[in-house]
Every structure is written in C-alpha cells, then in structure tokens.
Design a protein around this ligand. Structure first.
Ligand SMILES: *[C@@H]1O[C@H](CO)[C@@H](O)[C@H](O)[C@H]1NC(C)=O
Ligand SMILES: *[C@@H]1O[C@H](CO)[C@@H](O)[C@H](O)[C@H]1NC(C)=O
Length: 399
C-alpha cells in the first residue's frame, strides 16, 4: 500500500469515528440522524474552540453559524408573510391567501434555542409557521425576543409577553381576522418554556380580557431545580442536547457567570431556604412508574445562598413554570405536551403533565418513543414530519 492510500485510510477511519454515533435500536433513520448529530457537534466544537481562544462567547458563535439558515420574508402561493412589530418586538406574520368567510384561528409561536439562539427567520421555523398557517387555515405570529448572553432573564420572558399582550387585543385580532375565542400559544424547547410561562402569567393579568384557548408545549424546559432526574441521567450524552449543554443554556438565561453553570451541572445550586420548592419537581412522586425504573430518588444537594441571591431568576416561576402551585395550574387552558424518550428535558414535560392532570386541566400527552430533543426541527428526518402532522392535527381538533 502506498503512503497516500495509507493516509487516506487513516483519514477515513478518523472521519468515520467522528461521524459514527451509537443510537438506540428504534432509531428510524440512523445514518441521517448521525449526520444531523455531526452537524450539531461540529458547530458546538467550533464555538467551544473559538471561546477557548478568547475570541467570542460560545453562544454568539453558535448563533452566528445557525443564522446562516435564516430565510428572508417571502410570501408563497398559499401564505402571505410579513414582518412587523408588536410592542416593539419584531414578529413574522403568516396569513393564508385563500378567502375565508369566518374568522380564523390564531397561533402565537415561540421559537426554541435555549434562550440564546435562533429567531423566527430560521428556515425550520419559517417553514413550520407556513405549514401551520396553510394546513390549519390559521394566522400564525412567530415572535422574536432578545437573547442571551446580551440579555438575561426576564428580558426573554418579558419580550414574548409584551408581544403576546399586543396580539391579544380586540383591535389587533380583528385586523388579522382572528377569532378571539380561538387563540393559542405554542413553542418548542426554550420556546415551550416561554409558552408555559406566559400562559401562566396571563392568568394574573387583569388587563388582558381575551383568554387563550390552548397551549402547546413541544419538549419544553420547565424546571431549573433538579438537573439529575432520570431523563437527565439517561440522556446526559445523547446527541443534540447533552446535560452539559443544557446546564450552559439554563445558566446563560440568568447570567454569564459560569459559577452558576458549574453548580447546576453538579445539581448543587438550590439553597436550603428554597428546598420547600423541591416538592414541585419531585420526580419520585410525579413521574409515571415506567420512567422511574432503575432510579432511586435523592433530593438535590444543598447549594450556596449567594448564587440564589445574585441570580434569583432560576427560582422564579416565570423561568421555571413547574414551580407554580396547584391553585394557579387549575385555571390553565387545555394543553398539548410533546415529550421525547431520548431527551434530558423529558421528565420536565412528564412532571408537568402529571401536575396539570392532578389539577384538573385537560391534557393531551404525546410521548414519542423514538424522539430526541429538537427532533421536530430536523426536517431532513421523516419522524420530524410525522410529529409536525400530529401537532397540526391536534390543533385542528382542539383550537
Ligand atoms: C400550496 O397549496 C397546494 C394545495 O394544498 C399545495 O399543493 C402546494 O404545495 C402549496 N404550496 C406551498 C409552497 O406550500
Ligand atoms: C419526594 O417524594 C417521595 C415519594 O413520594 C418522598 O418520599 C420524598 O420525601 C419527597 N421528597 C421531597 C424533597 O419532596
């Protein structure tokens, strides 16, 4: 064998090792999934490297690379797309072109990206909004919000809330031809977190007269207190969203001070004064039996009061909707929750489902056995299209 072919062989083996990812047996399209993971992994490594060199914040690089997938505002044959501002927050508006006798449904969509990444302009969100508008014959508002690390909690929450409040006014709904009795909020991942949070906040807002008909939470992040639930343990290294990346996202929501991230990663961030909150996220009592299998509950270790004093946001119900008490949950609208088996955030969703059901809220729970975090957005996978159809069908029947 010549020297050249030897080098080629070595390069090939290295590339294969880099791309190859062990996946569960029920993965539908393992090779495509490995490509998806390789793409995400490459962005993460590049952003980490740039940060290590001291050149740029990890999330800034990550977001810059992601935004290469942004698409301009363009209408197509079925949907008119425009950009405007609701209360100074930029939003994209998707209105079906076909004539409608009746007022339409309204969907207020909040994109994901760990409070640090993404926008309504990302191709995957633009397509999802387009499809929702077209197939559901609905007006879709896809909102932006300011991101970490430039902005921290509660800016993200507040931006989304301000845009939603603007939308939920009689004149505005009338302008877009939306039926005030058929408005829902929806979001994925960090967007699911924000969707759950603003839906709770609306219950306490006497100025907003129009009620949401539904909320739809797609693999939402819902609690900051326990980053060691069974789903965190089982999926700590799973593709796309590892436990360490999750701790980074969560902590960046509150601060760029990495001591919070460290404390969160070791599950030692909640001070003893706040240990009464653990009952709201006690997976031992809130998870269905089959998800507890092989795990023994221990409550998180005691953290320093100093961190909680400096960054009280991580104990705030507007950041962690699972911290709401039952009297508040009871008044929430009908709810759709998607959870994925291979997702550190799975148990957040499962616990919210239990708590909402216990509080008497009507909940449809769609647990995706072969799903992983972010799957809805990977449009190259057929599982993504299957889940989008299920989601839109649920909206058709319930909104
Ligand atoms: C518009 O709607 C028609 C009929 O449902 C469909 O065949 C077509 O693909 C849609 N166009 C776009 C750009 O989605
Ligand atoms: C969690 O729930 C278990 C079982 O219901 C209970 O024994 C334990 O005391 C609870 N722990 C906390 C911190 O609420």
């Amino acid at each position: 064998m010549g020297r050249k072919s030897l080098y080629l062989l070595i390069a090939g083996i290295l590339a294969a090792c880099y791309i190859y990812t062990p996946l569960p047996d029920n993965t539908e399209e393992p090779w495509k999934m490995m490509w998806v993971n390789t793409y995400v992994k490459t962005i993460i490594y590049s952003a980490s490297f740039v940060e290590l060199l001291g050149l740029n914040h990890f999330m800034e690089t990550f977001n810059t690379i992601m935004s290469l997938n942004n698409v301009p505002v363009t209408s197509d044959e079925n949907v008119t797309v425009t950009e405007t501002k609701f209360n100074n927050i930029p939003v994209r508006v998707y209105v079906p072109k076909r004539k409608s006798e009746a007022l339409r449904r309204g969907v207020f969509y909040i994109h994901g990206g760990g409070w640090c990444l993404g926008s309504a302009a990302l191709k995957k969100y633009d397509l999802l909004s387009r499809w929702t508008a077209d197939r559901l014959d609905a007006v879709v508002i896809s909102t932006n919000y300011r991101l970490a690390p430039k902005h921290h909690f509660p800016t993200q929450f507040q931006d989304v809330y301000n845009a939603l409040r603007w939308f939920l006014r009689k004149e505005v709904l009338a302008e877009y031809g939306v039926n005030p009795e058929r408005v829902g909020v929806s979001g994925d991942s960090a967007g699911g977190n924000l969707a759950a949070a603003v839906t709770q906040q609306l219950l306490e807002d006497p100025d907003v007269k129009i009620k949401l008909k539904i909320q739809s939470l797609i693999y939402p992040a819902l609690q900051t207190l326990d980053l060691d639930s069974p789903s965190y343990q089982e999926n700590a290294q799973f593709p796309v969203l590892s436990k360490s990346l999750t701790a980074r996202f969560w902590s960046e929501y509150f601060t760029t001070d990495r001591s919070l991230e460290k404390a969160m990663f070791s599950n030692q961030h909640v001070p003893v004064e706040s240990s009464h909150l653990f009952k709201f996220v006690n997976w031992s009592s809130l998870l269905p039996e089959r998800f507890k299998k092989g795990h023994v509950y221990s409550s998180p270790r005691q953290g320093s009061s100093e961190l909680a004093k400096k960054y009280p946001g991580f104990l705030d119900v507007r950041a962690a909707p699972l911290l709401a008490d039952d009297s508040k949950l009871r008044s929430l609208p009908q709810t759709y929750v998607i959870t994925c088996q291979y997702d550190v955030l799975r148990d957040d969703g499962l616990m919210y489902v239990t708590r909402l059901q216990n509080a008497g809220v009507r909940v449809t729970h769609n647990h995706v056995e072969d799903g992983f975090h972010g799957v809805l957005s990977f449009l190259e996978l057929s599982i993504s299209h299957r889940m989008i159809s299920q989601y839109i069908n649920w909206l058709r029947e319930n909104l």
